[in-house]
Design a protein around this ligand. Structure first.
Ligand code: SAM
Ligand code: SF4
Length: 487
């Protein structure tokens, strides 16, 4: 079998895309390995959101060069493909800067990868495909899935590769992409340029995917989209359906026990979606709803088209619909022109809302986006100080939220055993009733907290894989809870 190595940067969407590329290549006879050494193909799936994305790519390519040379010296051939958002943004430039690269493929055209590899090998010519054809992409995966029956379910979700890597242990939660792209053009963001216009898949296709995944033992369906609550896929009558409607349809599948969605935009928090949080029990009480800044003038500069007051109103409605709602957000500090006063508005908003876990970033200019050309860029040292202050507050809130769970009994969806490294280290329960050498189960609370529980044996652990069981929380940590099965 030929050997494939994939390196993935960035968001959940990229992880999902890498899994799909892996599926495609495995379908044509490749198996995945953990290192580029000896590989017949290397894919670097890039992310353009983070700072110095292209520098990172070229240093990775520099590190791959000796492996490619060695492969050739040994009489073989290594195909190197650059995928993802940097590929889309930089295109042919990548060929000019690195001789190592054979294929450049964008996030909306990677379904053509086996074809491109075939041509690169046969014609000994570099290949590039940066088309935007999302519909075609999903159809290719559906066809693969139906051709190979049950084993093909992985083409629709991210699980099966990791399932086999963990001794046949079933994953219990999986992603289904429902929407891609974005038309919102926030002034700091590259997504509308690299992922293209908003596109929503049909309701029936998503319901089919969810059914296929639950047939494999998945019980939590996680809808994925760059702007997931802008979802407007067609229903069976050919009418656009909202995300709330889609949730309602998938919730009808008995074996689906939990539903989540990410990432949302405040502008698209429609009343029916708020009502879904009240009415659909399977919809988990946790929402990642990025606001980016608490200052209206910064929000205006970002072209977010919502105010801090709008955000407060949404949160008020959400909490009225579901009082136990856990909230998460993304923040950018040091956006061009952000003053101390603007930053204080962000701190004030965080204090008033109270988040359970968040992501926060220093603004970093992305070439080609309007904010990158702004005259008043904020000093790096100021960004550092603001980020540290914000993260301190967010961490305090997360610790406080986790602390509140102590003594509570909550339903936990168990996923798999805790990572091996975790198992060889002392039990998290040690000193609190736990014993070294026990098996650790890892699961998720309704609020997306990691929950770790000790059980006696592998046999007992297996009883819980993929199941929801009540857990009494004994202790909280900054980013996880430790508990015991409560019967
Ligand atoms: N669609 C989502 C939304 O509207 O909030 C976010 C998608 S974006 C892929 C993920 C996060 O990366 C953003 O919420 C933002 O906080 C961060 N981000 C994007 N561009 C950035 C930039 N130029 N500098 C710093 N952070 C950035
Ligand atoms: Fe980027 Fe804004 Fe679209 Fe989110 S809504 S993907 S931040 S342009």
């Amino acid at each position: 079998m030929k050997k494939l190595h994939i390196k993935t940067y960035g968001c959940q969407m990229n992880v999902y895309d890498s899994d799909r590329m892996q599926d495609l290549m495995e379908n044509v006879g490749y198996e995945t390995i953990d290192t580029p050494e000896g590989a017949d193909m290397v894919i670097i799936n890039t992310c353009h959101i983070r700072e110095k994305a292209s520098e990172k790519l070229f240093s990775d390519l520099g590190r791959i060069r000796p492996h490619k040379n060695k492969k050739e010296e040994d009489g073989g051939q290594m195909i190197v493909a650059v995928a993802g958002c940097v590929a889309q943004a930089e295109g042919e430039e990548i060929f000019k800067r690195s001789k190592v690269v054979d294929i450049i493929v964008g996030p909306e055209s990677y379904q053509t990868l086996p074809d491109l590899v075939g041509k690169a090998i046969r014609d000994k010519k570099k290949q590039i495909n940066l088309d935007f054809v999302p519909d075609n992409k999903f159809d290719v995966f559906r066809e693969l899935a139906s051709n190979v029956g049950d084993a093909g379910s992985s083409y629709l979700g991210g699980s099966s590769r990791r399932v086999s890597a963990t001794k046949g242990v079933q994953k219990s939660s999986d992603f289904v992409t429902v929407q891609e792209g974005c038309d919102k053009f926030c002034t700091f963001c590259v997504v509308p340029y690299t992922r293209g216009a908003e596109y929503s898949r049909e309701v029936s296709k998503i319901v089919d995917d969810a059914k296929r995944l639950v047939d494999q033992g998945v019980s939590e369906i996680y809808f994925l989209g760059q702007n997931v609550n802008a979802y407007h896929g067609l229903d069976v009558n050919g009418e656009p359906a909202s995300l709330a409607k889609l949730i309602e349809e998938v919730a009808k599948i008995d074996a689906v026990k939990r539903i989540r969605y990410t990432t949302s935009h405040p502008r698209d928090m429609s009343d029916d979606l708020l009502a879904a949080h009240r009415d659909i029990e399977k919809l988990m009480p946790f929402l990642h709803l990025p606001i980016q800044s608490g200052s209206n003038s910064v929000l205006k500069g970002m072209n977010r088209k919502h105010t801090r007051q709008d955000y407060f109103k949404i949160i008020e409605k959400l909490r009225a619909a579901r009082p136990d709602m856990g909230l998460s957000s993304d923040f950018i500090v040091g956006f061009p022109g952000e003053t101390d006063r603007d930053f204080e508005d962000t701190m004030d908003l965080v204090r008033k809302i109270g988040f359970t876990q968040c992501y926060s970033f220093k603004y970093s200019p992305r070439p080609g986006t309007p904010a990158a050309d702004a005259k008043i860029q904020v000093e790096e040292s100021v960004k550092d100080a603001r980020l540290a202050e914000l993260q301190k507050l967010l961490t305090e809130q997360q610790i406080e939220f986790n602390k509140k769970a102590e003594g509570q009994v909550m339903p936990v969806l168990f996923e798999r055993e805790a990572p091996k490294s975790g198992r060889s280290s002392p039990s998290p329960l040690e000193g609190e009733g736990g014993v070294r050498g026990k098996i650790q189960l890892w699961g998720k609370s309704p609020w997306l907290q990691s929950v770790i529980v000790d059980v006696e044996s592998e046999e007992e652990a297996k009883k819980y894989f993929g199941k929801i069981a009540d857990v009494k929380v004994l202790k909280s940590r900054p980013s996880s809870l430790v508990g015991e099965i409560f019967e």
